[in-house]
Design a protein around this ligand. Sequence first.
Ligand code: SR1
Ligand code: MG
Length: 404
Amino acid sequence: MSKFDKYFLMKDADAIEYAQLKVPQKNWDVATMESKEIGDGNLNYVFKVKDAKGNSVIVKQAGIELRISKDMHIDVDRNRVESEILILQGELAPGYVPEIYDYDVEMHACCMQDLSDHEVMRPAMLQHKIFPKFADQISTFMAQTLMGTTDIVMDHQEKKKYQKKFISPDLCDITEQLVYTEPYNDERGRNNVFPPNAEFVKEKLYNDEELHLEVAKLKMDFMTRAQSLIHGDLHTGSIFINEESTMVFDPEFCMYGVMGYDIGNVIANMIFAWCNGDVTDDKPFCEWVESVIVDVINMTMDKMSKYYDEHVTDTMCKTKGYKEYYMKSILADTSAVTGLEMIRRTVGMANVKDLTTIGDEKARTRAERICITAAIDFIKNRDDKACGKCFLRTLKEAVAAVDA
Ligand code: SR1
Ligand code: MG
């Protein structure tokens, strides 16, 4: 019997004991062990446990109430889902996710590799840091994890087992509400709209029926098209980075969905980084972000196309012309999700610091209008985005339209 046989929310002292029990292979120097709760996400508790010998581990525990809102309760099984997908992604894309040492369905906690030699990408973006290998590395991660879990390459029965195993209905519901519904109607009164943009948001988002129709189509696609096992929340707060390496974490929103959901999240969040850099006219940073936008699209598509050729197993999907049709649909989905993510992070419940920390009112108003204007184009004209440069062009045209 151990105190960890029954769920309770851990404190630092518990995390120290927990790490000793669950990760004994570290040979902990017990006398010098310490723990700090470092979680700054919306959902979970994250403890960094270390000792004076240089050992360290991250203990992540799911809380019943969400940190972002005590009124929101979601299934703690999400910790198992997250652990199991990290193990799978580690096999599909070795070196791109933290190692899971242990996960535990009683405490709804897992112990994973400490990535303190990396930093979380969003704060790094707020400091306008440049990471030359990012586009190449994130495109490899996405090509391998996304293509590697499709019906194109997988045994179809195995894939259906994954569909069952990797889903948290409560988290799907959050995305269905926060990404695909509330930004367009504020039906639960949870949107955070920057007051100087209130009228703009009303006109461009709440009152545009044509936009609502497109979002309705995309929402049903998200809920019904089980294309690939997606990370489901691949923003810059879910990426650890340094000059040499990119590591993806926090895949608890994973599910079978359209793979453009992950690619679009990366692109949208790079556009937020660009908007932040643009406020201080940081040219080297903005130019690097622009190259990332173009390269992530082109490299991901190239790597997926190659993966398709090398791994396709479904006989019908070997038919001439199908791959081209499939790749085109991925680009359209990517464009749509870029727009959806840009809108929801600008006006919805969960905003991004890239925009909210812009202190100057006029500059923030302008940055948000650029995001909303580009986003509407990404959604409505999603079938026209044929390559990386098209994505950048949409951003540049939005800047010109807002400044006109
Ligand atoms: C209520 S959770 C809000 C957001 O945080 C997560 O990172 C997801 O993006 C979710 O939509
Ligand atoms: Mg997260």
